[in-house]
Design a protein around this ligand. Structure first.
Ligand SMILES: [Ca+2]
Length: 329
């Protein structure tokens, strides 16, 4: 299982550089192919000073602490489980969905909640430059996790949640940490440019002990999709078939429209709802058509989202309401 299905993707990024590890940043160019048009992009060298980490706990639920590798703040507690949130393109670490997710998490559990703010790199006008940055951002965030573990935290207490491009940041964190984090949740993992034959550059099952993925706007770009339609986790949930969501009327014109689009955003909206309630009941099935036809009515059930069983495996389907609350129970 990997991130690439040859011939499936519309956009391909070819990279021709050596090490771009954050410890030894290098200037480089990147050849980007979009369809049949190839062009050379200048990609800014990664600067870890452009990445920030915000920490909230029940002791400081509203005012975040800035932390970074080697500086853990006053409120991080090794006895708590840690939820790490990675935002997507043209977002930042204080995006509304991050705050909603943080609030939902702290309402339900005594967690350390860390937001990775890579908004400077994610603000690139060029989606492909931002997509290129995810591995460096993830490696830098992994160095924070490693330093927290060296200071007494348990690597198995870390769960990374990433939306869109942030899902691949989460994968890069998981790939770069010493050991393996317990879980990554990929919320509609972005597809455009992630056609690498190399799973080092995208979320894949080797990045954590357990990976659950929610698909809400999947499919190739030319069909109006933005994320991986193929399963890329240990368990994948295809909501309303995974392509378009009820209540959304996504009109596809560009990546920009899609990335801020209704169906894509439903992925983090469903997930936040799943933190507060446990009602996204899904059935294992071979396809959405079979699910709709009732072929899978007696199949295994799982609950999607925050509460998913880490023993869940395979593909699951469910339907939602058009408006919040989305879960049908
Ligand atoms: Ca990976």
């Amino acid at each position: 299982m990997g991130c690439l299905k040859t011939g499936y993707y519309q956009n391909r990024v070819l990279h021709h550089i050596g090490s771009s590890n954050f410890r030894s940043p290098v200037s480089h160019s990147q050849r980007v192919e979009v369809g049949n048009a190839a062009r050379i992009h200048s990609v800014p060298k990664f600067n870890p000073n452009n990445v920030f980490f915000y920490l909230w706990t029940r002791d400081n639920p509203s005012s975040y602490e800035n932390i970074h590798p080697g500086h853990f703040g006053l409120n991080f507690d090794n006895g708590r489980k840690t939820k790490v949130i990675a935002h997507g393109w043209n977002q930042n670490g204080l995006d509304m969905f991050v705050i909603e997710m943080k609030d939902a998490l702290l309402s339900q559990g005594d967690y350390n909640v860390i937001s990775i703010d890579w908004g400077i790199d994610a603000a690139s006008f060029d989606y492909f430059s931002s997509a290129y940055a995810v591995v460096d951002v993830g490696a830098y965030a992994a160095s924070l996790v490693d330093s927290l573990v060296a200071n007494g935290a348990n690597i198995k207490d870390f769960h990374v949640i990433g939306f869109s491009l942030g899902a691949h940041v989460a994968g890069a964190v998981g790939a770069a940490v010493s050991g393996s984090v317990s879980r990554i949740s990929g919320l509609d993992p972005a597809l455009p440019s992630f056609s690498f034959t190399n799973t080092d550059r995208c979320l894949d099952p080797s990045d954590a002990d357990f990976i659950d993925v929610i698909h809400t706007n999947s499919g190739p770009l030319f069909e109006g999709g933005l994320s991986f339609l193929d399963p890329i986790g240990h368990t994948d949930f295809f909501v309303n078939g995974g392509r378009v969501q009820p209540g959304c009327f996504d009109n596809v014109r560009s990546i920009n429209d899609l990335i801020s689009g209704c169906s894509h955003a439903r992925a983090h909206q469903y997930y936040v709802e799943s933190i507060r309630s446990n009602a996204f009941r899904a059935k294992q099935c071979g396809s959405y058509d079979e699910y709709l036809a009732g072929v899978c009515n007696s199949n295994t059930e799982e609950y999607m989202g925050f509460v998913v069983s880490t023993s869940a495996r395979g593909n699951f389907y469910l339907q939602t309401n058009e408006n919040s609350p989305y879960a049908k129970g």
